[in-house]
Write a protein that binds this ligand. Structure first.
Ligand code: 13P
Ligand code: SF4
Length: 303
């Protein structure tokens, strides 16, 4: 505790000197969330990155999130405190494979979940997050969509629209750990509880839930609704914020195995080192950045 306090104090004073802002995803370690300037979901973090006037963004999240911040703000230094913090789902598609698929489906517009590399975004028509995927798809002229790379989010979205959605076989290994039997057992144990899951979960898990929401949507739902227990089907880092915001409510993880090892690579020590050394820096080649930015900007206009 004292160590965390000391580290946080050192980070905050160096942050002032560097004129930096610290953004953290809802799955980050509790102590990292507590020291950040802003904590949110992927969409909210992109929006914060787009509007900040800080010269340095320390991104406590995974690589695709830091890349998105750089895509939006190339004049800023974007730091990812552990360069190994990737997203296995984002690695399940490459620009070359996407180009091949586009040739097979010439009439489909490509909607790319932000959990993807800048190269893949650059080959896409528009990005989306789990918070705005349905709105994004409905905003498009085309009746035919190629949704990449998350099969399960794509599948969920296809239940909310009349458009023809072609899916890509990507998935999140962390959300795959949440099984329907977890929800069924917890419902028996906590019959009054609301069940809220992330749309990256399997369809048979989503079918058992009261709501499928982005992490930001879950935070809002918990704050705005009157209940005393909530079963939470997503990465367990979100419980920190849920409990902090709602001390009178009880939050039960659908599975304690739903831990994203990449999100957990970011620690207070690494945030401090990143600010000391101004590294590791995330950048994207300019030609790719401009094409990826068109897809991200188009999403932000819809959101
Ligand atoms: P959110 O956009 O809902 O925060 O989700 C990001 C993510 O990586 C989920 O696994
Ligand atoms: Fe990627 Fe899943 Fe981790 Fe989100 S929780 S960053 S989708 S591996």
């Amino acid at each position: 505790m004292t160590d965390n306090r000391n580290l946080t104090d050192s980070i905050l004073s160096l942050k002032e000197q560097r004129k930096a802002i610290i953004l953290a995803h809802n799955y980050q370690r509790g102590e990292v969330q507590d020291m950040a300037d802003f904590v949110g979901d992927s969409l909210q973090l992109s929006q914060q990155a787009a509007k900040t006037d800080a010269g340095v963004i320390v991104f406590c999240g995974v690589n695709f999130m830091a890349e998105t911040a750089y895509i939006l703000c190339p004049d800023k230094v974007v730091l990812l405190p552990d360069a190994n913090a990737g997203c296995p789902m984002a690695d399940m598609i490459t620009a070359a494979k996407l180009k091949e698929k586009k040739r097979e489906l010439p009439n489909a517009e490509v909607v790319c979940y932000v959990n993807s590399s800048a190269d893949v975004k650059a080959e896409s028509d528009i990005c989306c997050t789990s918070a705005n995927a349905v709105r994004v798809i409905e905003s498009l002229e085309s009746k035919e969509i190629l949704f990449i790379p998350d099969h399960y989010l794509g599948q969920y979205v296809s239940t909310q629209t009349d458009k023809k959605i072609h899916l890509w076989p990507g998935y999140c290994p962390t959300h795959m750990k949440i099984l329907p039997e977890h929800i069924t057992e917890l419902r028996k144990k906590y019959p009054r509880a609301r069940v809220v899951v992330h749309p990256e979960c399997r369809p048979d898990v989503i079918a058992l839930a009261d709501k499928a929401l982005s992490t930001g949507g879950m935070i809002r739902y918990a704050r705005e609704n009157d209940f005393d227990q909530m079963i939470v089907g997503t990465e367990i880092g979100i419980l920190h914020r849920l409990k902090k915001d709602n001390p009178d409510k009880e939050f039960i993880p659908a599975s304690n195995k739903a831990v994203c090892p990449n999100m957990k690579l970011i620690t207070l020590e690494k945030v401090l080192w990143a600010l000391e050394e101004m590294a590791p820096e995330v950048r994207v080649p300019e030609e790719t950045r401009l094409r990826a930015k068109a897809a991200v900007d188009r999403m932000l206009q819809v959101s």
